[in-house]
Design a protein. Structure first.
Length: 357
């Protein structure tokens, strides 16, 4: 009989019978551990390092002690250990995907914060604090055809408050900024589009820095009538409210909204009333007034669907909320900037997230 060759060290290990497969898992485990070590040296992220170590240990277990997975699979009534390994692998990938999504969102928020911070610095420092002031914050994205008409109609004073207009051009690629600068308005420009909510936050920061007593928000497309500003602000000036919301459903709705959109507004309004114990009729109206001293109390993170967030945050912080009838006109020019797809989903997400947090 020919002499038998000595057994390979890998062949006697209580692991996989296939040496090549064992070496593959061993190599993957080493590479994963080295990646985690390098990432920790670079970013000192404990999550990344911990995830790499966990995956490396899992690979080593598959290579050298697959029987452990068989035992666990038996306890879980699974047909084979390979099903259990697939479950572990899928869970690991899901965790990694969620981590990457969270990192992307964190980076997006950081870029947004930086963009707004740099934009706020564009505002002039002189505020005229000797008199009571009312700041009208107008977010504008490609509204060169209408912003001038809105600004030209603003009065100099409302209820003995000096009126200051703040136009936040939200990454416009038309002449919005130049059109607004022809009037007595403070005009700033986002270098990157931040959405209506992001533009409002920039305007709020500017108003707070200038000590605004009352802050009004209105659209740049001419839908909100300037001649109704006095009635919108009156409850705050009379100390009857801290947050005043204009409502087309107790006033006049000439917006031309479809039946579907009107039904959606009423549905989401009903949802907010049930969740936040409010009594409003028009949750998406951007024609509103807020007491300036309460702006810093509200946590505002939403960039696209800010109207429900403002209402729920005002309710959470104990602000006195009042609705006043207003008229909403059709856009004077251009097209709506509201997304046609996902608008209802975005509103629902904003309502639920703001209510829970």
């Amino acid at each position: 009989m020919p002499p038998t060759s000595p057994a390979s060290p890998l062949a006697v290990l209580p692991g996989l019978s296939n040496e090549a497969l064992t070496l593959l898992f061993l190599g993957l485990a080493v590479l994963t551990a080295l990646w985690g070590f390098e990432r920790y040296r670079t970013t000192f992220s404990r999550f990344e390092f911990g995830l790499a170590v966990a995956v490396a240990l899992g690979l080593l277990t598959v290579a050298f002690a697959p029987g452990l997975y068989g035992t666990i699979a038996g306890l879980l009534n699974l047909e084979s250990r390979f099903i259990l390994i697939q479950i572990f692998a899928n869970v690991s990938f899901l965790v990694l995907i969620f981590y990457l999504v969270s990192r992307l969102n964190a980076n997006k928020r950081a870029i947004g914060d930086l963009t707004r911070s740099l934009t706020v610095q564009q505002a002039s420092a002189d505020g005229g604090f000797d008199e009571r002031t009312l700041y009208v914050v107008i977010p504008a994205y490609n509204e060169a055809d209408t912003i001038g008409d809105v600004l030209s109609e603003l009065p100099d004073r409302i209820h003995d408050h000096v009126v200051h207009a703040v136009v936040v051009s939200d990454g416009s690629d038309d002449a919005t900024r130049r059109a607004a600068e022809q009037y007595e308005a403070m005009v700033v420009e986002h270098p990157i589009n931040q959405g209506q909510g992001g533009a409002l936050k920039t305007g709020f920061d500017i108003a707070r820095q200038h000590g605004a007593d009352v802050v009004v928000t209105m659209d740049a497309d001419g839908q909100h009538p300037v001649d109704q500003l006095s009635e919108l602000v009156r409850p705050i000036v009379a100390d009857e409210a801290d947050y005043v919301l204009g409502t087309r459903y107790r006033g006049e709705d000439n917006s031309g909204n479809s039946i579907t959109r009107q039904g959606g507004i009423r549905t989401f309004t009903w949802l907010i009333n049930r969740l936040a114990k409010t009594d409003i009729t028009d949750c998406t109206n951007g024609f509103r007034a807020i007491r300036g001293s309460h702006l810093g109390d509200m946590t505002l993170t939403e960039e696209r669907f800010s109207a429900p967030e403002l209402i729920i945050e005002a309710r959470k912080k104990g602000l006195r909320i009042v609705e006043v009838p207003v008229t909403i006109h059709e856009r004077e020019a251009g097209e709506t900037k509201k997304p046609k797809l996902g608008y209802a989903v975005g509103l629902a997400r904003t309502i639920l997230v703001t209510w829970i947090r």
